[in-house]
Design a protein around this ligand. Structure first.
Ligand code: SAM
Length: 209
């Protein structure tokens, strides 16, 4: 858990979540056991909601690891929707592929192994949602790259923008500095309508005007 809210509130929020199916539960256990930093069910539900409310059909995910958030996106886009999975680690991708098959949504997902920023820059058609969960030092670069690849009215969503509450601490490290810069960019951009939701480790939701 990201733990930016007080523990009692955090515990309460998680106690209210409905149980997940077998595949997602197994992925949550896998992530906990192997230290894979997935968004977890509370944030995943927000992502799912945002996708269905906005009617998203085409989603680009930057940083997918074992595919936990990807499965939530794939379920939200429904039949005929497309989700691009990206991760730099082929072992993650192999594991994700097995989970996608078991969840029976593999046909909606394109798996790309390598640099998510490079893959996005090659895309010609704009996306309904771009989800950013790559290395934090790349966040400012992702901001600059992502916007032209998003439809008007599309969503640019980013995880970990409250960075375990470290943003106001003295002597920020490189990751913290990058997130501080990123948050300024999304909040100050005239092209975006931005909110930061303090759930788990903080997610930013930006609508492209
Ligand atoms: C926080 S995890 C992603 C978790 C996933 N979004 C979820 O919630 O289930 C970040 C992943 O991004 C990958 N990654 C980091 N920078 C990347 C990049 N530039 N291109 C592709 N993958 C990247 C890492 O290998 C890692 O598996």
């Amino acid at each position: 858990m990201g733990g930016i809210t007080v523990p009692e509130v955090e515990d309460y929020l998680y106690s209210m979540l409905p149980p997940r199916d077998e595949v997602l539960s197994e992925m949550e256990a896998d992530a906990a056991k192997n230290d894979v930093p997935i968004v977890g069910p509370a944030v995943a539900r927000v992502l799912y909601q945002l996708a269905i409310i906005s009617g998203a059909k085409k989603i680009f995910e930057m940083g997918s690891a074992i595919g936990y958030s990807t499965i939530w996106w794939a379920r939200a886009v429904g039949e005929g929707g497309r989700v691009i999975y990206t991760d730099g680690d082929p072992k993650n991708a192999e594991k994700a592929r097995r989970y996608f098959d078991r969840a029976e949504i593999g046909k909606r997902i394109t798996i790309r192994v390598g640099d998510a920023l490079e893959f996005l820059s090659e895309e010609k058609e704009p996306f309904d949602i771009i989800f950013n969960d790559v290395d934090k030092t790349d966040y400012p670069r992702v901001f600059r790259l992502a916007l032209p690849h998003l439809k008007g009215g599309g969503l640019f969503i980013t995880d970990n923008v409250l960075w375990s509450g470290k943003l106001r601490k003295p002597n920020p490290d490189a990751q913290t500095k990058a997130i501080l810069e990123f948050n300024k960019l999304i909040s100050g951009s005239p092209d975006l309508f931005t909110t930061i939701l303090p759930i788990r480790d903080g997610i930013s939701v930006c609508v492209k005007k």
